[in-house]
Write a protein that binds this ligand. Structure first.
Ligand SMILES: *[C@@H]1O[C@H](CO)[C@@H](O)[C@H](O)[C@H]1NC(C)=O
Ligand SMILES: *[C@@H]1O[C@H](CO)[C@@H](O)[C@H](O)[C@H]1NC(C)=O
Length: 258
């Protein structure tokens, strides 16, 4: 019996969506392969998953670009050979945000947004799909694998400070839709999750369900998304059977004004 591996890329400091997804999939019995910059917080996260009975291994990257992402996947496949493991979930949660008025956006900002949001996501998708193609569809869902991209409000709407960021996020959405259409018929599920709001990290998390208070421009926890709750939706996507797959879902807190 092979064990399932979930690859999660983009873990930041271990307090957001990527880390919550890693913890949840580990709890569900997946071996988690963690890809991120900053090996210190990566190790902290892997240790805490291991300590709570899960299995996590780290695959640090120096940057999010095609070469680093491809190399991380090669290392993941070497660590988890297909004789014993099947990579069945891949979550691309990395992103590069630029919030600047257009005339202040530099070529370097554009290059970095393109590198993380486009180049790295293409490389991640390619490696994930090649890995999924080796799998048999699971009896529970009929899927060979699920590839999830984390989107944002900027995936659908450009705004005064987001020309470089939204361009990258629009591209990520376009990639996910193209892949969903191309690989659905191979029983590979590709989904895009629009996270339409601020995400509660650390101490804001505990009281996220309290009534909102304070000014609209400085929202208190009830107007923020909980990373654990986003992760629950990712698990829901993975557990969908192929007769009714979601390509895109959008998530926002009850008190978000939209
Ligand atoms: C982690 O990053 C988030 C988002 O950037 C930030 O809100 C939070 O304060 C950071 N936490 C730590 C412990 O650095
Ligand atoms: C977590 O445990 C796995 C074995 O299940 C091991 O390979 C890995 O190195 C551990 N990670 C850390 C950061 O201790």
């Amino acid at each position: 019996m092979v064990s399932s591996v979930a690859v999660v890329a983009g873990l930041g400091n271990g307090s957001g969506t990527g880390a919550a997804a890693a913890r949840l999939f580990a709890k569900e019995g997946y071996t988690v392969a963690l890809v991120s910059r900053g090996s210190e917080s990566l190790n902290t996260l892997a240790n805490s998953i291991n300590a709570s009975g899960g299995k996590a291994d780290t695959f640090p990257v120096k940057a999010y670009d095609a070469e680093e992402v491809a190399a991380a996947f090669t290392a993941i496949e070497a660590r988890f050979p297909s004789s014993e493991y099947a990579i069945t979930v891949a979550i691309f949660n990395a992103g590069h945000g630029v919030w600047k008025p257009f005339l202040q956006v530099t070529p370097e900002d554009v290059r970095e947004s393109s590198k993380v949001n486009i180049e790295a996501s293409f490389a991640f998708a390619r490696a994930a799909i090649l890995a999924f193609q080796k799998n048999q569809p699971t009896t529970a869902t009929g899927a060979k694998g699920t590839l999830i991209f984390t989107g944002a409000t900027a995936s659908l709407r450009g705004n005064v400070l987001t020309s470089a960021f939204a361009s990258g996020k629009f591209a990520l959405r376009a990639l996910s839709q193209s892949l969903a259409k191309e690989f659905g018929k191979e029983d590979i599920h590709v989904a895009h999750a629009i996270i339409d709001g601020g995400i509660a990290t650390n101490n804001e998390r505990g009281n996220r369900n309290t009534p909102p208070s304070g000014p609209v421009e400085n929202p208190k926890p009830a107007a923020l998304l909980s990373p654990e709750s986003i992760a629950t939706s990712y698990l829901y996507l993975v557990n969908q059977d192929r007769s009714s797959w979601t390509w895109e879902l959008d998530l926002r807190p009850a008190h978000e004004k939209w």
